[in-house]
Design a protein around this ligand. Structure first.
Ligand code: 5AD
Ligand code: SF4
Length: 470
């Protein structure tokens, strides 16, 4: 048994190893005939981890079962970012306890970010003894061995590493989409924003070698993929731990040369966003003019308490530079309201920034205190009702700008990557623009994965309607 430890999780000494995934032949197909149900919570990083988990489970013989009540194994890939993600996973564990009462052989596992939390694992040891195994984000690649151990020894297996985490290449993957793929470029985060649990659950910043990334993308191109999203908790830090003079700007340039039709990247921290990156995004047509630039707060005082390393003014300077240099760029953001000590005046500054930036999309949250983070120790003097009111006000404002921006696209022709067909209506398809806007459109002789031109007929707050251009 190996339990999580926050002291170790905080250390950043860059002592990690680069290792190739290697599974002993004895495990291949060992659990043939058994089925699994995997539930994924949280961000794109977790979604992509689940694509690795599915491939590993299938390599040892499990096949997917979409009804969890019928599966032999139920695995939860969890998220720690806010309290509600936590509650959802614990709610599911409650249902699984009931199910296990009826199905004694049911195997239950928990992995992902919550497994890295000391409090969660303590609770599982005390109250959730029916969970067969728990593993963390750093030892995902050991999944076949952990399951095997839990089943052969028939006791609860907990294996969570808290050290930075090794960098494992060639973990098998079963991609969910045939045209759009996630590609990890950097793991972990060293920013330690005071509200955020991610630096503790995902470890230190570790970049993959550029050769490994480019090889993966070239193979995706050969397999017919049209779009890659380069993933990291903080993609702008790419390369810093590995190269003298090779960062996200240089990587984007090299990825662009693979000729993949569309390149996206997420998430960016305003702190590391260089002029080189802005130049590269504006220069290459296959790098999408779509940037996610979390603001978190528009008040420099709150940004300081959040440990964000930029001010309202420097954020706006960067934002304006992007708008000026990258033609038709769309910028989306994340905003937290109700951070401890956020005054009405601080909140008003957030609204001012939104009025300036007129974001194309925004994810808005009420601050949620997270175990072991510095912000959780701050005195929080704001009533929850006030936080809810601020969220509502903010949502009304951001929605206003989503619609305003979308309206500008009416009667314009945009490129759409086709994702699928409506089940309800004949000749109705959907896909995304270069700026990542959802378009529902009519047309004929269209296939998933096609890049088509669509004329926008009607703009809504969260989507656009259109018809295939002749
Ligand atoms: N409370 C509320 N929102 C949070 N986020 C991260 N940590 C917290 C927290 N403790 C939000 C940030 C981040 C996004 C992924 O989640 O806005 O950018
Ligand atoms: Fe969390 Fe993002 Fe800050 Fe890293 S940069 S600590 S992931 S909010």
């Amino acid at each position: 048994m190996q339990l999580p430890n926050y002291k170790e999780a905080k250390v950043r000494n860059k002592k990690y190893k680069r290792v190739e995934y290697n599974l002993d032949d004895n495990y291949i197909g060992k659990y043939s005939g058994k089925t699994y149900f995997l539930k994924t919570y949280g961000c794109q990083m977790n979604e992509h981890d689940s694509e690795n988990i599915k491939a590993m489970l299938e390599s040892i013989g499990f096949s997917e079962q979409e009804d969890y009540t019928k599966a032999d194994l139920v695995l939860l890939n969890t998220c720690s970012i806010r309290e509600n993600a936590h509650n959802k996973a614990f709610g599911m564990l409650g249902r699984l306890k009931h199910l296990k009462g009826q199905k004694k052989d049911l195997i239950i596992g928990l992995c992902g970010c919550m497994a890295q939390e000391v409090g969660v694992v303590e609770e599982i040891l005390k109250k959730y003894k029916f969970v067969n195994f728990v593993f963390g984000t750093h030892n995902l690649y050991r999944l076949p061995l952990i399951i095997d151990k839990a089943l052969t020894e028939n006791k609860q297996e907990i294996e969570v590493f808290s050290k930075e985490g090794d960098l494992i290449e060639n973990i098998p993957v079963r991609r969910e989409n045939n045209y759009k793929a996630y590609v990890n470029i950097i793991y972990g985060c060293d920013k330690f924003c005071t509200y955020c649990i991610v630096p503790f659950t995902r470890g230190g910043e570790r970049s993959r070698k550029k050769e490994d990334i480019l090889k993966e993308i070239k193979e995706l191109v050969q397999d017919g993929y049209k779009e890659v999203t380069l993933l990291g908790q903080n993609v702008n830090a790419y390369g810093k731990d590995l190269y003298e003079e090779y960062g996200l700007g240089e990587l984007l340039e090299d990825v662009s040369k693979t000729k993949i039709a569309r390149i996206r990247f997420t998430t960016s921290h305003p702190w590391d966003f260089t002029d080189k990156m802005i130049d590269v995004i504006s220069k290459y047509s296959n790098i999408m003019p779509s940037i996610h630039l979390p603001l978190q707060s528009g008040s420099s005082r709150i940004l300081k308490l959040m440990g964000r390393r930029y001010t309202k003014e420097s954020y706006l300077e960067l934002f304006d530079k992007m708008k000026e240099k990258i033609p038709d760029v769309s910028i989306s953001t994340d905003i937290i309201v109700g951070f401890p000590q956020e005054s009405e005046e601080d909140f008003k500054e957030t609204l001012d920034v939104v009025n300036h930036c007129k974001y194309d999309n925004a994810f808005t949250f009420i601050y949620s205190p997270r175990e072991n983070t510095p912000a959780a120790k701050l005195k929080d003097n704001i009533e929850y009702r006030i936080k809810e009111e601020r969220l509502q006000k903010l949502n009304n404002l951001v929605n206003y700008y989503f619609l305003e921006n979308n309206k500008k696209l009416e009667n314009q022709t945009v490129e759409v990557l086709v994702e699928g067909k409506s089940i309800k209506k004949e000749n109705q398809y959907y896909g995304y623009t270069k700026t990542n806007k959802l378009v529902n459109f009519t047309g004929e002789n269209i296939k998933e994965g096609d890049l088509v031109s669509v004329t926008i007929t009607d703009a809504k707050t969260w989507s656009l309607d259109g018809k295939l251009s002749k």
